[in-house]
Each structure stands twice: as C-alpha cells, then as structure tokens.
Design a protein around this ligand. Sequence first.
Ligand SMILES: *Cc1c(COP(=O)(O)O)cnc(C)c1O
Length: 362
Amino acid sequence: MQPLITPQPGIMEIELYQGGASKAAGFDQVLKLSSNENPLGPSQAALAAFRSTANTLHRYPTTDHAELRTAIGEVHGLDPARIICGVGSDEILGLLCYAYAGPGDEIIHTAHGFSMYPVLTRAAGATPVVVAERDRVVDVDAILGAVTERTRLVFVANPGNPSSTRMPDEELARLASELPEDVVLVLDGAYAEFADGYDGGVSLVDKHPNAVMTRTFSKLYGLGGLRIGWGYASDEIIGVLNRLRPPFNLSLTQLATAEAAVRDRAYAAHCVALNAEQRARMVAGLRALGLACDDSETNFVLPRFSSPAQADACEAALRGQGILVRKVGGYGLPDALRITVGDEAGCTRVLDAVAGFLKVAA
Ligand SMILES: *Cc1c(COP(=O)(O)O)cnc(C)c1O
C-alpha cells in the first residue's frame, strides 16, 4: 500500500551525513584529527564572552546581527550591510539552494567537493551535477562544460575539502567571468584563512553580483561546537537570503562569542602561524615516509596510500592508538586519509604512528 505521508521528491535520495569519528574503543581521551577542528580551541576572549552571556539568557537575541556584522566588516574590510550570519556556513549554503533552485534545476559541485553540497541540493528539490577535478584541483573547464540552461548554482570549496588544494587565482577569476550571469557562484571559504594571500573571494564578490562568499567560525576560530558562519554577497543576494533566514537563527551566545572571536586578531594570527608550521612538517614527514601528499592550503593534509586497503588499514592502526583520522572513500578518494593538522605533540604522534604502521606493513 502507498504510504499516506510521503516526503518531497529527492529527500529519500539524501545520504545521511557522516561526521568525523570522536570515539575509539578503549580510550577515554582520543587525539581527534577527523573534523578539521582547531587543536588549540577558541580564544580566551571568545570563551569569556561565551560565559558572560549566562547572565542574559532570558533575553531574545537581536534579529539583525548588527554587532557581529559590524565586527566582521571591520576585521575583513567589508560592508556590514552585505554580510549575513547563519548557523554555521551550512545554513547559508542551504539558504542559497532554497532561494535559487528547485525541482528541475541543477546545482554543480566538483568530484571531491564538500559532502553537504548534494544534501542541500536535494533538500531544495534540485539535482546535483558532479564534475571531475584534475589531480584533485577544481577544473574550471569541466565546470563550464557542465553548465546547462537548468544550472542555477555552482559550489566551489576553495581551498577544497578533502582535497586540501587551492585553485590558481587566475582560474578562479576566469570561472567567475565565464560563468553565465544568471548562475550563482558560491565560493565556500571554510579554509580561506589558512591559504596564504587568499582573500576568500572578496574581490570576485565585489566584481560579480552573482558571486557569494561563505566563511565559518568552525575551523580557524575553534567554534565548531557553537555553529556560526557568515556570507558576503551583493545587496541583491543578501536581500533575498534575509527573507528566508529565520530571524532568531543565532542565539545571543553565538553572536557574542563570534564577535569576540573575530575581534581577537592576534589569536587568529597565532593559530594560522602554528597551522602553517605544523602543516609543513606533516607534509614533509609523510612524503619522507614515501606517501604522496599534495601541498595543503588548509588545516589538514591528505596523504595517499598504495591502495584503499592500505589506507583503511592505516586508519584502523591509528585508531588502535587512540588517533582518529578521516576516511574519504565517500568523497571518491578511497586510497587517501584526511588528517587534521594538530599541535606539535599531536603531529609528532601521528607521524610516528604512520611510520610504525608502514614499517609493519612492509
Ligand atoms: C567545515 C566546512 C564548512 C563549514 O561548516 P560550518 O561548521 O557549517 O560552518 C563548509 N564548507 C566546507 C568545505 C567545510 O569543510
């Protein structure tokens, strides 16, 4: 019998999101390098702001997020009127899908793009179109070649997750210029701060009314547990998204903590510097062990093993020592593992554990 209640078309096609593992059997404390979190956690100023909100929890938060937008605007040199804040950048990505796509429409993302893109595309009733990358780097010609009259959005994570690579700036500019003006170009900058000299797409947003940049407090700012992200786009796009955004989407705790975090520029710079130092060590160390590994522009590295079986065995061996890393077979990279860059001691532990695994495997 046909069930009486049926969801909208496409919903049952959504694969449930798999988060990074946070537990390993037999360990109270794990070294969690599976979700690209900041190993140092949030800044002290952010924690102080977080605690201070305990006194005002009976108050509703603002609905316009003016203070947080002003802070982001000051720190990043942007017009606060063209910023929108959301429950993680995931919420902004979702609002973009709901605003601009529906049944019959297509949304393009690249082969090793973030796994939320197809989820949000289906949630809007639209159809995901996946295009190949070239050697784990976003391929502009492949994207342009996949555009049809049904294409409404293109998602590009730059730098990419789980690829860790960054597109050449000229290629990104070419994509923005050559994409039809009625297609929304979403520049997901979750890792923009870790890419040396990259503006996250600001200059392209300022030039192209159909371009949007999204950013997050979950990675560099160490606030993944609190769920705050933001977007920057033309007045036109921001005006559309604000109509869809639930007015009380962010709690006053989220707003106050994020504002203090973004204003603590010294701490952010310290975290970027630590990541750059340990990331270089990780890439060099993994290569010295004979593993292929692209230069990373993010806070994680992606070593490639000789086979999917070897990658799986290494993940299990690390888990056996209480070290959690991410398998990325679901992203079409079954021979690789995604490993978040930890602090110095954490990186040493990973490199030693991988070396030990390869010795036993040899
Ligand atoms: C982590 C991540 C995000 C952001 O997530 P939120 O926590 O929702 O802000 C967005 N895109 C990519 C590619 C990511 O890796």
